[in-house]
Design a protein around this ligand. Structure first.
Ligand code: HEM
Length: 232
């Protein structure tokens, strides 16, 4: 794109612009840390699964292994949701733009642990017995809320590849803002479950984290809106 193009507001096609930016990054070498860091994050994010496998093999899943696995995978789904939501505020605060390159992987890990959580419940806990599941939902309605969060996560995971993002254009961003609703539903699911046990310490901590992360976005949005207003 020439300077005249830029002045006239002409923009290179997305693919070309991205390739250009990619080449510039490679040339500068400033982002050289990202590839090894990504491998590190990928391996570290497998820790919750490795821990469950290790506990399973060494007979440490407790008296109720299904409950242990359901709870562990549920909590890790929430942890990965929070980490994914923290990427943008961290990038803005630190100015390290490369952090954005971890967001997709972290979001996919949230989906991965949610899928394990769901599979453990529906398969190993309920053996696909619909009548049993409906009876349980009647007794513990918080399960429906978790289910809603999981269903909303599916299109986000399905459209996470770059090709899908390119194809969807601006609609991708709108679709992916569902992550805010998912985080809110996850907290409601957790809170409701623990309220029945009169143990709200953890839901309060995670609730505060999610409120802070969503509140930061709301403030950033309000500030941008205010700054864009024409001054009289
Ligand atoms: C984004 C989706 C979801 C998130 C973030 C999530 C998160 C959680 C969390 C944090 C817990 C409590 C863990 C603990 O006690 O420390 C939990 C428990 C539970 N979740 Fe989910 N969940 C999700 C989806 C689902 C789905 C789809 C189902 C089933 C249809 C489900 C069923 C359950 C059940 C049955 C428990 C309680 C297990 C027990 O009583 O021991 N969740 N979930």
């Amino acid at each position: 794109m020439t300077r005249a193009d830029a002045r006239n507001g002409r923009v290179a096609p997305a693919g070309r612009a991205e390739r250009g930016a990619g080449a510039a990054r490679r040339a500068s070498g400033a982002d050289r840390w990202i590839a090894p860091a990504k491998v590190g994050v990928f391996i570290a994010a497998l820790y919750p699964l490795a821990r469950l496998v290790f506990f399973g093999l060494t007979d440490r899943l407790g008296a109720n292994p299904i409950e242990f696995i359901t709870r562990s995978t549920g909590l890790w789904t929430l942890v990965f949701l929070c980490i994914t939501l923290a990427v943008t505020p961290l990038r803005r605060m630190t100015g390290v733009n490369g952090l954005l390159r971890f967001r997709r992987m972290l979001g996919l890990y949230a989906f991965f642990y949610a899928a394990l959580h769901f599979t453990t419940y529906i398969w190993f806990d309920k053996w696909f017995d619909l009548a049993e599941i409906l009876k349980d939902i009647g007794k513990r309605p918080f399960i429906t809320v978790g289910f809603a969060a999981f269903v909303l996560l599916i299109p986000l995971a399905a459209t996470s590849p770059r090709a899908a993002a390119r194809k969807l254009g601006r609609r991708w961003k709108t679709l992916h803002s569902a992550i805010y609703a998912i985080a809110a539903l996850a907290i409601l699911h957790f809170w409701w479950m623990k309220a029945g046990k009169h143990d709200l310490v953890l839901p309060k901590i995670y609730g505060a984290i999610v409120v802070a992360l969503l509140g930061w976005r709301l403030l950033a949005w309000a500030r941008a809106k205010f700054a864009a207003r024409p001054r009289v």
